[in-house]
Ligand binder design. Structure first.
Ligand code: ZN
Length: 265
């Protein structure tokens, strides 16, 4: 009798184990590195939601490359090879504490799917036009990493803010701009498809850091020297909305395309 029960259970046990294995492999398949994780929306940042909500330590669990800003808009954030860098208001770089919070950032684990050499002497506009024609699709995301020597890089940073917070396009009018000549370094960031408008930044959003990790900023323009660009095709986008009063009360219905252009260029 005992043996019969054992025989009857055996197929069930086998089925249970098989089901577990299938579920486990499904979890492994879906837990991909091919995802961009973003904190907050660009329109929330544009409207002045500047208080940090996610620590850099938390953010680093979701990527080794990325861009963003820091608590109270305190400079430009760069994540390169798993290390965070903060470009301060004078263009110099410090390593922020992992407990520092960010109000807006995007990160991913970078693995190159395609690469190209930039035409020597080409600027940001030409790079944008050329790569947008070259991409296999303009409906997916690309994480970007460019390494090499630039004839010039024009970059900016943003100053830390105090309440009451002013909108970003007002702050950007007085942003400090730095110009680097014949500089070696790395560019990190993303190209996002047009349909992310309001949530992310359509087109390129790139940050620069010199190879000695001493200076950098949010890229406004560049002229390429000997530069290789690598792209990580990405079809997953994970959005973390701030659990924050300012965010909950922000007017995010308004179209901020014009203000965004003023801020990004
Ligand atoms: Zn930026």
């Amino acid at each position: 009798m005992r043996k019969e029960v054992k025989d009857m259970l055996n197929p069930r046990v086998k089925l249970f184990i098989a089901t577990c294995l299938v579920l486990l492999s499904a979890v492994v398949c879906f837990a991909s590195d091919e995802v961009i994780t973003q904190v907050s929306t660009i329109d929330a940042l544009m409207s002045g939601v500047y208080d940090g909500v996610t620590t850099l330590g938390e953010l680093r669990k979701n990527g080794d490359l990325g861009t963003g800003t820091l608590d109270r808009l305190d400079g430009e954030l760069i994540l390169l090879d798993g290390v965070f860098y903060q470009v301060t208001i004078d263009g110099t770089v410090v390593k922020p504490d992992l407990g520092t919070k960010t109000p807006f950032a995007a990160v991913t684990f970078f693995t190159a799917d395609r690469s190209l050499k930039l035409k020597v002497g080409s600027n940001f506009r030409e790079f944008t036009d050329g790569t947008e024609k070259w991409f296999p699709s303009r409906n997916i995301f690309y994480a970007v990493k460019m390494t090499g020597t630039f004839r010039s890089v024009k970059a900016r940073s943003v100053p830390s803010q105090k309440r009451p917070y002013r909108p970003l396009d007002e702050i950007a009018k007085t942003q400090p701009i730095f110009e680097f000549k014949n500089v070696t370094g790395t560019v990190v960031g993303f190209w996002c498809p047009p349909f992310v408008k309001g949530t992310g930044i359509p087109g390129y959003h790139l940050h620069f850091i010199t190879s000695d990790k001493k200076a950098g900023g949010h890229i406004l323009d560049f002229v390429a020297g000997d530069v290789t660009a690598e792209f990580d095709d990405t079809r997953e986008f994970f959005l973390i909305l701030p659990d924050d009063d300012d965010f909950d009360k922000a007017d995010l219905a308004r179209d901020r395309t014009t203000e965004l252009k003023a801020v990004e260029k």
